[in-house]
Design a protein around this ligand. Sequence first.
Ligand code: SAH
Ligand code: SF4
Ligand code: F3S
Length: 479
Amino acid sequence: MKNNTHYDLPSIGDARKRSKEKINIERELFNIPAECRGLGNGRNYFLRTYGCQANQRDSETIAGILEELGYAACDNENEADLILLNTCAIRKNAEDKVLGEIGNLKKLKRSNPDLIIAMSGCMAQEEGIVNEILKKYPQVDLIFGTHNIYNLPKLLFNATVAKEKTVEVFSKEGEIIEALPSSRFMHHKAWVNISYGCDKFCTYCIVPYTRGKERSRLIQDIIAEVKDLKEHGYKEVCLLGQNVNAYGRDLDLQNGFAKLLEEVAITGIERVRFMTSHPWNFDDETIDVCAKYSNIMPYIHLPLQSGNDEILRRMNRRYNSNEYRILFDKLKKAIPGCAFTTDIIVGFPNESDEAFEDTLKMLDYCQYDNAFTFIYSPREGTPAAMMEDNVEMHIKEERLAILNEKVAHYANLNNQKYLNQTVEVLIDGVSKKNDRILSGYTRDNKLVNFTGNAKAGDIVNVRITAVKSFSLDGEMIEE
Ligand code: SAH
Ligand code: SF4
Ligand code: F3S
């Protein structure tokens, strides 16, 4: 049992605040204090990541810090001295998964009292969740927030050596922290943060509260990272931000994202992607840059959320269905062969049958290559959570099923055109069972499984021999 405590708890009230203050760029915040050096020597860590790419990228930073402390990665919880769950709060089912997992770990903790169980990520930023964990899940030793990763050496020292139950979650707008270590999970594709946080405050969404203010890294820091990746043999970078299109607004840059994207393309790295584009800030300059450079991949994820104007207004999405269609048409025309995916929420408060029909109509119009579809989940502290959630669950489920059927239909229809065509694939990996079965993604982000003789990181030509709704099969064309 831990008797001592070190608590710095999250506050939703503080997380909501936005000021005009300049964002600090911290370049020397991370260090390993003398007493923490070698803390992980001879110890294993098990890290599980939930949620979006921002969390994946954070996990690479966490892994980098742990490895500098001497910890070694392991993929079996039973062999771990430290189990760390980097969590997501976007929907209730994401949270339930984590709470279930923490519940399961109780047994392991009982049989190994020296085991340290830690939780980080977006759930750690939630006041209600942290209070619940402190009350009901005593097996958790350490909780730290999305703004506190840099301090992991000290926090682990507290939990492991000083045996304090440790919670450090700052609910603040956040700074930009550079020069953190990282241990990347892939060696040919890399996530590159270009901005953190979000200021859009869509009424259903928790992210602006868990990730702080929208703040952009400097162009020179991003370009230095991309060049370094390229020198280390990386073939692809994906520029990450909750709204990449808003990049640079806090730095008073005009058309910041277009400028950044062009500079990234000019580095000559083979493939450039970006995520996520908010339709509201997608400017013509960015479209021009996408069209101009062949190493910017013809694939755009353009979240729609709903096709109904009243719902979009109540979601605070800042565009209507017509504006979305105009942007979609412009992109389609400017970028030949571009693939499109989207995100859609069904069952938002007050969504009528007619409103849902409007969403289906948008699907017929845009004929997406794929869509990520969700049932609305009220998030504590967000404006939508105060609205009456008056759509019955079985209706939401029916709508989701209808929607998914349409998504699969258009995904399949779009894929038909690849049959017998040759596509360029960046190989992600080799099947564990058969090293002649490879998989990877096309330029327009189609998953391809194929036979051939090559390795992860190679870019090869593949002839498509069969088509499914969400993947393609083929055989490599041996040169
Ligand atoms: N920044 C990105 C979205 C990140 S969250 C953007 O604006 O596009 C990813 C997706 O989760 C969102 O696009 C939305 O479709 C879904 N989502 C977010 N909050 C949700 C909630 N409360 N209930 C259901 N789905 C939600
Ligand atoms: Fe959430 Fe909206 Fe920000 Fe996306 S833009 S992270 S959906 S608040
Ligand atoms: Fe989830 Fe946080 Fe990402 S809530 S989707 S991990 S920003």
